[in-house]
Write a protein that binds this ligand. Structure first.
Ligand SMILES: Cc1ncc(COP(=O)(O)O)c(C=O)c1O
Length: 370
């Protein structure tokens, strides 16, 4: 048979790099043949979902022959009530990763600029590239999002979108609500501010601006992946002005959030006691990591998340530690860009997991010092 040429891709897809935003721990295990016994690299919750969420998902599993509610009505209604906003101000998607894709698709024409920190959460670059936008990267300053420089870059490049995660990944640091409010006023009029609050449940109250869905310049992104312990269920939501949120109806995948995820998230929202326990236990874990770092003479970045970035002095050292720990069955990550790639990033585990990590990290660190 004659071999036929492959059908051509669109120019945009042909131009994209053949990279994925993340290499999952399963891929790393398959590559190395070494299973991870400590999974502390993806900022998943060591405490899992609320038992009420698990029960709700089990019940929903028995009904999985049916499509989920395409309007995600019950979950949206509960979210709207929790934030004191209308149903029209909430849209549910398959995690923040999905929501960022909607926003870039809805607002970015090919060539238009999006501003974010250099080394910010990688899915932003993935979607900006994927829809033909131009990502303008602004270095972190003092290991924080540099709001003045981000706003200046937005004005200079006439950016249509600016992205900030607060608290931030991969640094763990956070900015105050007052600083964020001032920031929005410095952006060009037609620039939308994407405020990714994946870790907001862990943060002090002064990190979260009051939700004001009358302001069409801001979209807030929330997820059930972190403190609610449901990363594998893929569910999150956007809060914003009705005109903008409603437009996502045109592009979202209407059956994209499955029955179990909807039911689990709804039950998780109601279990506020469980959430409070997770947040408190996570704070203890952060303190453990900070104490471990201090004991080794290493700075730990202040964190309001479920992970801690430990400054090991250089990107080479960080990469060595990530590899050496992987060889010992420990999955952690390191930030991808300077200057924060001098850190390793370790997710808070259960107390026994933290102790196991501490022992192996001490061993690897001692090996480096020899
Ligand atoms: C800042 C930030 N945003 C979004 C996500 C992903 O959220 P989701 O699981 O809802 O897609 C993560 C996960 O690590 C994150 O760190």
């Amino acid at each position: 048979m004659m071999i036929k040429p492959e059908p051509p891709f669109t120019r945009l897809v042909a131009s994209l790099p053949a990279t994925v935003p993340f290499t999952g721990p399963e891929t790393l295990e398959r590559r190395s043949g070494i299973p991870f016994t400590l999974r502390l690299g993806a900022n998943e919750s060591a405490w899992g979902p609320s038992p009420r969420a698990i029960a709700a998902m089990q019940r929903a599993a028995a009904e999985v022959a049916w499509y989920g509610d395409p309007e995600n009505y019950d979950l949206r209604a509960a979210v709207a009530q929790m934030h004191g906003v209308g149903l029209a101000n909430v849209m549910v998607g398959s995690g923040i990763d999905d929501l960022i894709g909607w926003i870039v698709r809805a607002f970015i024409e090919p060539g238009q600029a999006v501003v974010a920190a250099l080394g910010a959460y990688p899915t932003v670059a993935f979607h900006v590239d994927g829809f033909g936008g131009q990502l303008v990267r602004v270095p972190y300053r003092d290991d924080r999002n540099d709001l003045a420089a981000l706003a200046q870059a937005a004005r200079e490049h006439r950016a249509r979108l600016v992205y900030v995660a607060n608290p931030d990944n991969p640094t763990g640091t956070w900015l105050t609500a007052a600083a964020l409010r001032g920031f929005v006023d410095q952006l060009p009029d037609d620039c939308l501010f994407i405020l990714d609050e994946a870790y907001i449940e862990y943060a002090p109250p002064e990190a979260a601006p009051p939700v004001d869905v009358r302001d069409p310049r801001v979209l807030r992104l929330r997820t059930f992946s972190k403190a609610y312990g449901m990363a594998g269920a893929r569910v999150g939501y956007v809060l914003g002005a009705a005109g903008i949120v409603g437009a996502f109806e045109k592009i979202r995948l209407h059956f994209g959030v499955n029955r179990m995820a909807q039911a689990g998230a709804l039950a998780a929202l109601a279990d506020t006691a469980f959430l409070a326990q997770v947040v408190a236990a996570t704070a203890e874990g952060r303190a453990d990591y900070a104490a471990l770092a201090a004991d080794l003479g290493l700075p730990a970045l202040p964190s309001a998340t479920n992970f801690v970035a430990i400054d090991v002095g250089s990107a080479e050292r960080a990469a060595h530690i990530v590899d050496a720990l992987a060889a010992r069955g420990v999955f952690i990550r390191m930030p991808g860009a300077p200057p924060i790639n001098r850190c390793i990033r370790v997710t808070v585990g259960l107390p026994a997991q933290r102790a196991a990590f501490a022992a192996l990290f001490r061993e690897v660190w001692a090996g480096l010092r020899d």
